[in-house]
Write a protein that binds this ligand. Sequence first.
Ligand code: ZN
Length: 259
Amino acid sequence: MMRVLIFVFAFAAAIPPLAAASEPCPGNAQALGTERVIAVDATTTPRIGRKQFPTTLPLYAKELVLTFDDGPWPGTTPKVLDALKAECVHATFFLLGRYAAAHPQIARRALAEGHSIGHHSYSHPLLDRMPLAKAEAEIDRGIAADELAIYGKQRTTPTTPFFRFPGFASNRALLDRVSDRGLVVFGADVWASDWVTMTAEQELHLILARIEKVGRGIVLFHDTKSQTAHMLPAFLRELKHRGYRIVHVIAAGSHQASQ
Ligand SMILES: [Zn+2]
């Protein structure tokens, strides 16, 4: 009997938890943590984020998905990764191919620390202002550069099929093409306007006020902005204090989804 019980406990211990929330956060007993993981694909959620589209992720009240665009960038992205790691929070990074090619070690660090890696074109042009074929080539170039930097394979079918249009500039033809390829298009529900120069403290107050207004959703930051990197530790602590919970979005069918 005892042998059977020992076997059962040993087996149970080998099964990874469904959500990271039950895992302690090393060195931070009061960590915000990652409450749960949701897996998405282009069939069920082709376009998400109410700033651009009619629908968003199926989130409960006070649930937030954190996203960071335009990196990886030395000096700021490592600080963002440090802040997320300290709170055991998992986010999604939308990379620029030209920066992933220049700083592959930072991109690989984001992946290694459990974040989702999406794509954001090669060099951030407004894709709706060029011929469709040229826009698609720019998307492919970005994905190929990201994949090469992170996984060592230059392919245009991304490991994680998440895409965000630079400047949210898309049109019907582009959206159709991207959906045909099975990419989930991320918009946003709320943003920090961190492309506008302001102090870290001003940005903290602005994004918290906007989050209180929408109550849930996809939050957009730029990990290339020093004001964002600086305010992130205080922002995450304040989310915990106010009872918000973090949801990590992963690709359906990915290695992470199988856990
Ligand atoms: Zn961008």
